[in-house]
Ligand binder design. Structure first.
Ligand code: NDP
Length: 699
């Protein structure tokens, strides 16, 4: 029956156009059907059952869908259409063929649909496909679409025949994972583990299939999990707020990295031979150029990261410029010591550059990270090769141009582009003396292990799950401001964020109220709009990770106070926007409280005593940062002294003046950036003994 023929488009009922009301009724009946399939199964799902659940007459259900087959077909079609939409959205944001294959996997096994209700309904449909022509048509279309998406991207990585068979295997694995999960009543798998299984499966096969082709590209041997290297693979740079392609870059392989290292070695000696004051003048000029181009660079950073322009204009470029100015100034103060060794000798130490060093950046503060690493390195007389994160490769190139314009000799600062394999070519290169990485803990471990073979020094700025503690006597509005800054700035993509907000029981209710009100007033939207306060997350893949953790928070019983969902109104649907999310009534063992989310998700936890909150705040493998809000001066210092964190704030959060060293303890990292401390990480000591008398030898 063609239900459209029964709709009179011009009629209105209760102010709602008739066709909209009818559409809404159809949607409601389909949702009720999916509920019914999940709860009473295929046999129990009758027109009468649906009518009873929806509170309408069976005749009305028949009016819309004809018979039970028609109803089931409409429900199946709706589920298949949803998966297709998610796949389309994720595919649009996939930068590489591998990422697009992952997009298909994630769309099919994403946290939005990988649950008991949807899975049981799928199972019921699949059971009927052989007996119902309508269901078969939907299933065939769904299957074809998935296979063709997979094949077209796999073909860009492996030969056609292999691509066809791997696509079929992936599709069968997806169905198998669903089936197992449904049959075990969702005891055996969740979305994250299901996707991890498929990811490992795909990577394993791709590694096998590409091994022969990759060996000549990567003399350092060994792929990095998840991304098989291909000589011709490129990087598609995407605006995560719109899906727009910003650039396509070449991936640098072994030949380019070797050439960059050779150029850097040739240039470094002369650069180190200049006086520190001369080096400082080049950094000063570069800082001035950064300031002059603030708006242009901020806009590029915003387009590439999705961060609001009001942030990138005020912070990202300027904090980079401040860093250059600071090291321009302190470079001339680099000094060793003189040691009195008695009348016949003295000693002295020299602080010398390491030589060629490498910086590897994360995607959240691309230009700032490039400045934070290169400024101290160059001030000390090193040459630096910098690899930005593949998601955000653009502003480091601009920094290179600015350095050159400021008079930095050719080869002293170079940018190489690529994925983890390119990073690995740097970490394993025998002529590179040091790696400074900003990234995840697992990357830090891999980098350190790779660097060990050539005994490189490492500075590791890694992830965190930092505590922010609000005592009962705190200035509550300041504490709320700190919590907002420490969770929602840069859409929460800040390593030092205070995502575990411990609030004393006496002020928790009031704190939550003020937090809720101020969060409700935040403007999420187009990052280029100067009024926007929260922009897009970096990628579809990352957004779905964040949404998955939000779903986990809900499932584990945290109380949602604000946000909790992706935002898709209007043009936001083209990008990766997640509403600022606050969970209250959290417990220490929830996933959202233990794992780094790196998105706009705050967890509020209640505490009673100082000793208790200290224990709980320190009960984490991370140790990047911590904050305390209290008006009790002695308590503030007492608590800070006991917190296991490298960077702490009293009555503020997330401010990082360049003069103060920044870095973590425990799994959050090694070494420090900024301040005079960073100079030690970019120099080595030479001890010199100077004889002032004859050499006494017993021979
Ligand atoms: P990743 O660890 O995924 O990547 C960081 C960089 O390392 C990227 O350039 C990446 O390349 C590269 N890389 C990945 N694997 C290897 C490898 N085996 N060898 C050499 N290089 C490699 O981090 P994200 O970019 O996802 O950034 C987010 C993380 O960074 C969060 O955990 C956050 O907490 C942390 N961070 C820490 C900060 C700090 O100062 N402590 C500041 C900012 C962020 P590719 O781009 O191809 O993956």
């Amino acid at each position: 029956m063609n239900t459209q023929s029964t709709i009179r488009h011009s009629a209105h009922r209760n102010g709602i156009p008739r066709d909209e009301a009818e559409d809404a009724r159809r949607v409601q009946l389909i949702e009720v059907t999916i509920d019914s399939l999940a709860e009473v199964g295929f046999v129990g799902t009758t027109l009468g059952e649906i009518a009873g659940r929806a509170g309408v007459s069976p005749g009305l259900v028949a009016h819309y869908f004809g018979d039970k087959d028609g109803l089931l077909e409409a429900a199946f079609r709706k589920l298949a259409r949803e998966v297709a939409t998610w796949a389309r959205q994720r595919l649009a944001l996939g930068r590489t063929p591998r990422a697009r294959v992952q997009a298909v996997i994630d769309a099919n096994l994403g946290p939005e649909n990988f649950d008991k209700r949807t899975g049981t309904a799928w199972l019921a449909f699949w059971g009927q496909v052989l007996h119902n022509e309508g269901l078969r048509r939907v299933q065939t279309a769904y299957q074809r679409r998935m296979l063709s998406n997979l094949r077209s991207d796999l073909r860009r990585m492996i030969p056609g025949e292999a691509a066809r068979s791997l696509a079929a295997m992936i599709s069968a694995m997806i169905d198998g994972v669903w089936l197992r999960a449904a049959l075990s009543e969702w005891q055996e798998a969740d979305s994250e583990s299901a996707r991890a299984l498929l990811t490992a499966f795909v990577d394993g096969h791709l590694r096998e299939l590409t091994r022969a082709e990759t060996t000549d590209l990567a003399p350092a041997a060994g792929g990095v999990a998840g991304r098989p290297a291909r000589a011709h693979e490129s990087i598609r740079v995407i605006n995560p707020a719109t899906g727009e392609e910003l650039a396509v870059l070449r991936v640098d392989g072994a030949a380019q990295v070797d050439a960059a290292v050779a150029k850097a070695r040739a240039a470094q000696k002369a650069w180190a031979g200049r006086t520190a004051a001369e080096r400082g003048r080049v950094l000063q000029r570069a800082a001035r150029l950064l300031r002059e181009r603030n708006d242009e660079l901020a806009e590029l950073e915003t387009r590439n990261t999705g961060k609001p322009i009001q942030e990138t204009r005020a912070v990202d470029v300027l904090s980079g410029a401040e860093c250059l100015e600071y090291y321009a100034g302190v470079a001339a103060g680099l000094a060793g010591e003189h040691l009195d060794l008695g009348p016949k000798a003295f000693g002295y130490t020299r602080r010398e550059p390491l030589g060629v060093v490498a910086g590897i950046g994360a995607w959240n503060y691309p230009l700032q990270i490039a400045c934070w690493k290169s400024a101290p390195a160059l001030a000390c007389g090193n040459a630096m090769i910098f690899k930005p994160a593949e998601l955000t490769p653009l502003t480091a190139v601009k920094l290179g141009e600015i350095y050159r314009e400021a008079g930095l000799p050719e080869g002293v600062f170079q940018v190489v582009q690529g994925y983890a394999q390119t990073g690995q070519l740097l970490t394993r290169h025998p002529a590179i003396r040091k790696i400074s990485l900003t990234g995840e803990v697992s990357t830090g471990k891999a980098v350190m292990a790779d660097a060990a073979a050539t005994l490189k020094q490492v500075t590791l700025e890694l992830g965190g799950k930092s505590p922010l503690i609000v005592f009962g006597d705190a200035h509550l509005d300041n504490a709320v401001s700190g919590a907002l800054l420490g969770n929602f700035y840069s859409a929460g993509e800040v390593c030092s964020n205070g995502t575990r907000v411990f609030v004393h029981r006496s002020v928790r209710a009031e704190f939550i109220e003020r937090l809720r009100a101020r969060t409700a007033a935040m403007k999420v939207g187009d990052p280029l709009d100067p009024d926007t306060q929260v922009g897009a997350l970096i990628s579809a893949e990352h957004m779905h990770k964040v949404l998955g953790l939000i779903a986990r928070g809900r499932a584990q019983g945290a109380r949602l106070i604000s946000g909790g969902a992706r935002l898709t109104q209007g043009t936001l649907g083209r990008g990766c926007f997640v509403a600022p999310t606050i969970f209250d009534a959290c417990h220490d063992d929830m996933d959202i409280v233990r794992q780094e989310i790196f998105g706009p998700v705050m967890s509020v936890l209640e505490f009673e005593s100082e000793a208790e909150v200290l224990d709980r705040a320190n009960a984490t493998e991370f140790g990047l940062a911590a904050g305390v809000f209290t008006n009790d001066l002695t308590r503030a210092h007492r608590v800070i002294a006991q917190l296991e964190a490298g960077t702490c704030w009293i009555n503020h959060y997330n401010v990082t003046p360049i003069e103060l060293p920044f870095g973590g303890v425990k799994l959050s990292g090694l070494g420090r950036e900024n301040g005079r401390a960073a100079l030690e990480h970019y120099t080595q000591l030479k001890s010199v003994y100077v004889a002032m008398a004859d050499v006494e030898a017993p021979y």
